[in-house]
Design a protein around this ligand. Structure first.
Ligand code: A3P
Length: 299
C-alpha cells in the first residue's frame, strides 16, 4: 500500500511499525527529539479505536467544559495529530509544528507506537490516555477509512489480509496495544477501552476526570455525555472532520460526498459481525490469538 516502509528500532529489529517513507525522511527524528512538557496531555491509540471521541472528552475535561471554544475551533486545531503531515507529502500543512508550538498545556494526538514517540515522554512523563478497541472493529473501521478517503481501492478481503499480515499503516496493532498494556500501571498512564465507553460513558468520564485531577458535578457530567454521544459527535462540524476530508479529497482529486461517508461512521461494538465474511473473521481470530494478549478483553 502506497510508499509504506517498515521501520524498526536499532536495538530491536523484530519490532517494527509501518509508516510512509515521507515520515521517515522528514519527521521521524524531529519527533523523537521533540521537547516534552510535564503539563502536556497526550491521547495515543492505534487508528480507529475511538481517538476522536476520547480527544473531545479529554479536551473538555481539561478545559473546564468550555463548550464555547469547543464549538468554535476544530478539534484538529485544539488537539493536533502529531505525525499526520508525515503520512502523505501532499498534506497541506505541518501538523508536527502545529502540535509542537501549541501554547501550554498542549493537547496532542498520536498513533505512533512507543518506539517512535518522543524520547522525553518516558522521562518527563506527562499524562497519556491510551484507548484500544476490539481489533476486528478497528480493522473494519480502518478499511472504510482507507476506502472512503481514497487511500485504497481494493477489496475488503485484501485489506483484512494486509491488516493481519501487519502491512497496513501503523501496523502492527497487536504490538501497539501490548506495549502500552505493559506500562498501564505507570501513574501518568490511563488505559481505556472503546467498549467501556460505549457501555458506560459516564463512568469512563469520571475515570478521566480523576486522572486529570478535575471535578465536575453529576449534572455537568450528564451534559458532557450528551455532547459526546454518537449522534452529537457525528453532527458536530468541529469534530466530525468534514473539513479535513474535503481538503484531502481535493488533494487526491476524489469527489467527497458527506452523505456517503462520515468519519464518525457507525460507532458500534461488534459491528464487524455484519461486515466480515467467515474467512475474514477467522483471519482476525488468528491474529488476535497470535498476540498472546494477557489483556482481559471484554469483547
Ligand atoms: P466506526 O468506523 O466503527 O464507526 P478514531 O477517532 O480513532 O479514528 O475512531 C473512529 C471510530 O470511532 C469510528 O468507528 C467512529 O464512528 C467511532 N466513534 C467516534 N465517536 C463516537 C461516539 N461518540 N460513539 C461511538 N463511536 C464513536
Amino acid at each position: 500500500l502506497n510508499d509504506y516502509v517498515k521501520i524498526s528500532p536499532k536495538d530491536d529489529p523484530k519490532k517494527f511499525c509501518v509508516m510512509s517513507q515521507h515520515f521517515v525522511d522528514n519527521y521521524m527524528e524531529k519527533i523523537k527529539k521533540m521537547e516534552i512538557f510535564e503539563d502536556d496531555i497526550w491521547v495515543i491509540t492505534f487508528p480507529k479505536c475511538g481517538t476522536t471521541w476520547t480527544q473531545e472528552m479529554v479536551w473538555m475535561i481539561g478545559n473546564n467544559l468550555d463548550y464555547d471554544t469547543s464549538m468554535k475551533i476544530l478539534l484538529d486545531d485544539k488537539f493536533p495529530f502529531l505525525e499526520c503531515s508525515g503520512i502523505a507529502k501532499e498534506f497541506p500543512f505541518n501538523t508536527f509544528e502545529l502540535a509542537k508550538n501549541k501554547p501550554r498545556p498542549r493537547y496532542i494526538k498520536s498513533h505512533l507506537p512507543i518506539f517512535l514517540l518522543p524520547d522525553q515522554l518516558w522521562t518527563v512523563k506527562p499524562k497519556i490516555i491510551y484507548v484500544t478497541r476490539n481489533p476486528k472493529d478497528a480493522a473494519v473501521s480502518w478499511f472504510y477509512h482507507h476506502r472512503n478517503l481514497g487511500m485504497y481501492e481494493g477489496a475488503k478481503t485484501d485489506f483484512i489480509k494486509a491488516f493481519v499480515k501487519d502491512l497496513t499503516l501503523f501496523s502492527p496493532m497487536n504490538d501497539h496495544v501490548i506495549d502500552f498494556w505493559n506500562i498501564r500501571f505507570q501513574p501518568n498512564i490511563l488505559f481505556l477501552f472503546f467498549e467501556d465507553m460505549k457501555r458506560n460513558l459516564s463512568q469512563e468520564v469520571k475515570k478521566v476526570m480523576k486522572f486529570m485531577e478535575k471535578d465536575y458535578l453529576q449534572d455537568e457530567i450528564d451534559k458532557l455525555c450528551v455532547h459526546l454521544s454518537f449522534d452529537s459527535i457525528q453532527k458536530n462540524k468541529m469534530i466530525n472532520k468534514e473539513e479535513i476530508i474535503e481538503q484531502m479529497s481535493s488533494m487526491t482529486g476524489k469527489e467527497y460526498n458527506p452523505q456517503k461517508f462520515s468519519f464518525i461512521r457507525k460507532g458500534k461494538v461488534g459491528g464487524y459481525k455484519q461486515e466480515l465474511a467467515p474467512e475474514e473473521n477467522e483471519m482476525l481470530d488468528e491474529y488476535i490469538k497470535k498476540a498472546e494478549y494477557d489483556i482481559e478483553y471484554k469483547f
